[in-house]
Ligand binder design. Structure first.
Ligand SMILES: Cc1cc2nc3c(=O)[nH]c(=O)nc-3n(C[C@H](O)[C@H](O)[C@H](O)COP(=O)(O)OP(=O)(O)OC[C@H]3O[C@@H](n4cnc5c(N)ncnc54)[C@H](O)[C@@H]3O)c2cc1C
Length: 405
């Protein structure tokens, strides 16, 4: 009997039939073919940082920890094993004089896992991490090795860049990279009204900008990042007072350094999270309603903060920024506190404003509700049935997400 699997936040627990840690692509192929023959399911797993049940299976849980590291780099491309953790990837690229364009808030995830769910950072000039993927090698449900890039099977690229582990096991990822550079991170506090009034300026004059809203105090922490080698676009806000709030502080530098050591943060306290991606134009009204509900209905339990970030539009079929500049709202809750009633209530608001859920965080949508949100949904499902005709990757939780009952 295998050991139970527990995700990072602790809210997803199950015991797979078997854990597999293949060491090369032939072994991945053999495992897929065996599962197909046994009519069982395989779920690829990265670092287990998702809290939606994407990896749950009573069949084989397949991790690529033994297939990690940079395979090749040159020019503006780097090919890496799917099991490479983002922290190690950042160091490996840095040693080669390279860097990723943008990153999310932490670097614990694997590259295949992070891109499988559209993990994102912040900045209207940057797509999610999946948009940095220019090529993928995967082992499909028939055990075939499939290469997808601008040169090979390019029509499949918008599907395989973000595929939830539903099209196959991603063994290699090729990334668009650039010469390494340094960033300066700053942070300061302001009343939420001030932040909302200045939001457009903040996101358009900084390379990266986001903010945390603290429901109990109505204060925000604003965070910006800019390249150290470029004239800073950011305005240095003068000291002052925001009416009706605590004194707010001028921006102070938190740290400066290479991208992979400046963007990701250490997260020791465990939390649950719901995050929805909204059309940018819907943000103001949606945030106002979330703020109202949190303060009126959930203030007692909402012990944590709410994070607002931006993402550029893309053309990836299952990307939650597909076709629209996006503003995201994420509600975080300490794992020792109840979250479901709070999250379900704000989810109703997010949905009212056309939001699409983060694939790797808490949400309660199934294929029936998801399909109308994604213009290329049917194309993805058709490809999935072609690459995995026997449903080797389609464990019950994934089936609820992708197949209409
Ligand atoms: C503390 C914390 C901070 C976070 N910060 C951010 C953030 O800033 N921005 C953001 O957008 N998200 C964030 N997330 C969410 C996180 O980035 C995603 O849930 C991500 O998918 C987790 O990656 P993972 O390697 O843990 O993959 P897992 O959670 O293990 O798996 C996620 C998906 O990837 C698939 N997968 C994994 N490996 C493979 C493979 N080799 N081939 C095919 N499919 C594969 C799995 O089947 C599953 O569908 C955060 C989560 C936590 C816990």
């Amino acid at each position: 009997m295998a050991e139970p699997f527990v995700n990072w936040s602790g809210s997803l627990r199950f015991t797979p039939g078997e854990y597999a840690q293949p060491g090369d692509e032939d072994e991945v192929r053999r495992l897929v073919l065996r599962a197909r023959e046994d009519a069982t399911t395989i779920r690829p797993v990265g670092s287990g940082h998702s809290s939606s049940p994407l990896v749950r299976t009573d069949g084989v849980l397949l991790g690529l920890d033994r297939m990690a590291g940079v395979i090749a780099d040159g020019g503006d491309r780097a090919t890496v094993w799917g099991g490479t953790k983002l922290a190690a990837l950042g160091e490996g690229l840095y040693d080669a004089g390279l860097a990723m364009d943008n990153l999310g808030d932490v670097d614990y995830q694997s590259i295949a896992g992070a891109t499988a769910t559209g993990t994102h950072g912040t900045g209207f000039g940057f797509g999610n991490l999946s948009t940095q993927v220019t090529g993928v090698r995967l082992v499909t449900g028939t055990g075939e090795l499939l290469d997808v890039s601008a040169e090979r099977n390019p029509e499949l690229l918008p599907a395989v860049r973000l595929s939830l582990g539903a099209l196959g096991v991603v063994t290699r990822v090729t990334l668009d990279v650039q010469p390494r550079y340094e960033l300066r991170r700053r942070a300061w506090c302001a009343h939420v009204d001030w932040t909302l009034d200045h939001l457009a300026e903040l996101v358009h004059t900084n390379r990266n900008a986001d903010f945390y809203w603290y429901p109990r105090s109505d204060l925000t922490q604003i965070r910006t990042m800019n390249r150290t080698d470029e004239a800073p676009g950011e305005r240095t806000w003068s000291m002052g007072r925001v009416p009706g709030s605590d004194p707010w502080r001028a921006p102070r530098e938190i740290k400066a350094g290479p991208t992979h050591r400046t963007i990701p943060q250490a997260r020791d306290l465990r939390f649950e999270e719901i995050e929805y991606m909204l059309p940018a134009e819907a943000f103001a009204a949606c945030f106002a309603e979330v703020r109202r509900r949190v303060r009126e209905r959930h203030r007692r339990v909402a012990g944590w903060r709410v994070l607002v970030r931006t993402i550029a539009a893309d053309d990836i079929w299952l990307s939650n920024a597909y076709g629209r500049p996006t503003v995201t709202i994420a509600c975080l809750q300490n794992t020792s506190l109840p979250y479901e009633e709070y999250f379900r209530d704000v989810e109703a608001v997010f949905r009212q404003y056309g939001g699409r859920p983060h694939w790797g965080k808490k949400h309660w949508l199934t294929a029936r509700e998801l399909r109308p949100l994604y213009p290329r949904w049917d194309d993805f499902q058709e490809l999935r049935r072609r690459l995995d005709p026997d449903g080797v990757f389609l464990a019950p939780d994934l089936a609820r997400l992708l197949e209409e009952a």
